[in-house]
Ligand binder design. Structure first.
Ligand SMILES: [Mn+2]
Length: 351
């Protein structure tokens, strides 16, 4: 079905052939999860190329493709191009320069051109299986958060807390973390993406933890901010503003909401509270096979949310030299609202 949808789009947009090298796109189309593979699609043929390490596995799990075993997929192209009488080859713009140079050298005398996010139109709408996997990834993330609350105490390093979260997520069934776990404490919590450091947790610290995992190739992404011993009153004030912004978006998110409004609804809450200039990043992003994928949101974007998109809601306020708060949930967009897949508590927690 996925491959049929893609080939129909290729026909609509006059792509005679398409070279796919992004491993997430390859997984999406075939279920192949090895580390080396290349897809080449033409009107008449679906070709999957991989080397001898993976060809047996590919033959077993991939249907609807010719499997070619080769250590150099690009070297196979001239013959296919000649056989299919192709005039153009499209490729993904995310390829690296060395690949582009090799492609330009091997594919001569016909036009090559790049496409942007060609498969994402499909990937951004999740099917039942994908939703089930992301739901599970979110459950694992929630459980790790509940456990880390019992682990955090003054004297521990941020890195120890990050390692604990990573270990717990694996223990609960994750295949790994979906990105490097962020633990930013004290003044460091004012760094929106403070990677865990050797800083030691102290009484009175604010701690922002942004973490997530992969379950069956699908990601979760959650942020919670908590306090150790006591909450600094100014940070407690912004905590309530951020939480209100996060909740207001949950209340309003549904299919049909424009990307501009998705950004504006929580941003207005923070601006009206007088902290607009301290909310310095985007409100959210899509989550799926990639931890960050479309949709992204901006103030003038007229596109609309669609049913079964999976997006984050992550307002934050960061007061320089004092500390910051971010609360992030993963939302499944539905026809009449949204479902919050990350269920870890959001009331102000002091441990
Ligand atoms: Mn995020």
């Amino acid at each position: 079905m996925r491959i049929e949808n893609l080939k129909a789009k290729m026909a609509r947009e006059n792509l005679e052939s398409f070279l796919i090298t992004d491993m997430k796109n390859i997984y999406y189309l075939t279920g192949f999860s090895g580390t080396a593979g290349t897809i080449f699609l033409t009107k008449n043929r679906n070709i999957f190329m991989t080397d001898s390490r993976y060809s047996a596995m590919a033959k077993e799990i991939i249907s609807g493709f010719e499997i070619i075993e080769t250590r150099d997929a690009l070297a196979q192209l001239p013959e296919i191009i000649a056989h299919e009488n192709l005039k153009t080859v499209a490729f993904e713009e995310t390829v690296d320069y060395a690949f582009f140079k090799q492609l330009s050298t091997i594919v001569r005398n016909i036009e090559i051109f790049s496409t942007s996010n060609f498969l994402m139109e499909f990937r951004q709408i999740k099917d039942e299986d994908e939703i089930r996997n992301i739901r599970k990834a979110c459950e694992i993330t929630d459980k790790a958060f509940l456990d880390v609350l019992k682990f955090i105490e003054p004297g521990r390093e941020e890195i120890e807390i990050a390692n604990f979260l990573d270990f717990k997520m694996r223990e609960f069934g994750a295949s790994g973390t979906s990105f490097d776990t962020i633990v930013a404490s004290g003044k460091r919590s004012s760094l929106p993406h403070g990677v865990a450091s050797h800083k030691v947790i102290e009484f009175g610290d604010t701690i922002t933890m942004d973490f997530g995992c992969f379950y069956e190739h699908y990601a979760s992404d959650m942020t919670r901010t908590i306090f150790v011993g006591e909450a600094n009153p100014k940070i407690a004030e912004i905590y309530h503003v951020v939480r209100e912004a996060n909740q207001k978006l949950i209340d309003k998110a549904q299919a049909g909401l424009t990307y501009a409004d998705f950004d504006k609804i929580p941003r207005d809450v923070i601006e009206q509270a007088g902290f607009g200039k301290y909310f310095t990043h985007g409100i959210g992003h899509g989550v799926g096979l990639d931890i960050h994928e479309i949709p992204y949101f901006g103030q003038k974007m007229t596109e609309k949310l669609q049913t079964n998109m999976l997006v984050t809601d992550e307002p934050g306020i960061y007061l320089p030299d004092l500390g910051g708060v971010r609360i992030e949930d993963d939302l499944l967009i539905t026809e009449n609202g949204c479902e919050v897949l990350t269920q870890a508590p959001k009331e102000l927690i002091v441990i």
